[in-house]
Design a protein around this ligand. Sequence first.
Ligand code: ATP
Length: 140
Amino acid sequence: MKKQFAVIGLGRFGGSICKSLSEQGMEVLAIDTNEDKVNEYATIATHAVIADTTDENTLKSLGIRNFDHVIVAIGDNIQSSILTTLMLVELGVNHITVKAQNDYHEKVLNKIGAHKVVHPERDMGVRIAHNIISKNVLDY
Ligand code: ATP
């Protein structure tokens, strides 16, 4: 059976994850409060819904508990990101990956039980730096 993913927040980061998972043949539910974003991903994801994930009943009615992996890519609204993550943890979602906006956000996310916290700008900076170094080593 195909793995089922849910992506919450369809900004550049969440949108790119949603697109990439879909291209690799995964089942993806795309969620955002913004109707335009949801329309944009309606033909890319398996399903796309307008929903506010800070509402527990909404999460329950989406059957979020049954997804193999949920990615929280709510960016600027740290409060919504934390609240959504907390409810996903409480509902017993198996794998929760969350995008952190800053170090304090990351700390709180780890504390409340997110399984993986990513910090794309910082992580990518580190990767590119390593890449540049290894490329230079090879060049000499
Ligand atoms: P980017 O990923 O584009 O670099 P970003 O990480 O700052 O930027 P935002 O532009 O903040 O991301 O995008 C986050 C998305 O999450 C927005 O499309 C926003 O509508 C959505 N969002 C915010 N709050 C909620 C919520 N409570 N439930 C669902 N979606 C939400």
